[in-house]
Design a protein around this ligand. Sequence first.
Ligand SMILES: [Zn+2]
Length: 162
Amino acid sequence: MISQTELEAAKSRIVQIVGDRVPLKKRGATWWARCPFHNEHTPSFAVSETKQRWKCFSCGKSGDTLDFVRMFHQTDFRGAAAILGITGDDPSPQAVEQEEARKEAKKRRVELKAEWEQLAAGLRYIGRLINQTEPLERESHWFTAELMLNEGLDELEAELRK
Ligand SMILES: [Zn+2]
């Protein structure tokens, strides 16, 4: 399946894509050219940007951007898409889901890393306090440090289980 997203994008570039192949002149809201599909001296080939359609009022040929490229280059739909550089396929719903899961996991890893760093910074701070205090007070600081570490580990564990 050819990418619908890219197809729609190409269709909306009708003036540029047709204009690259036949000289267009704007009159009002419509672009005009001498029809490339039949011989004529006065332009009756019209391109509407808003409708994303073209029509020759002389020979009656009409279509959208892809039809134009297909007929102009005498190729099929795939050939026309290839000429416009549309080769990609739309990602399947599973692929989209996998990509989202991958992004979510990456985000979580970044968050966890930040939490670990916060925790480590807290412990380093407590470590410095401990070194500066009297031996008798050290016991309570160690106790705080241990509480912090356990709390942090519990939180991280809960995060990981989500
Ligand atoms: Zn024509």
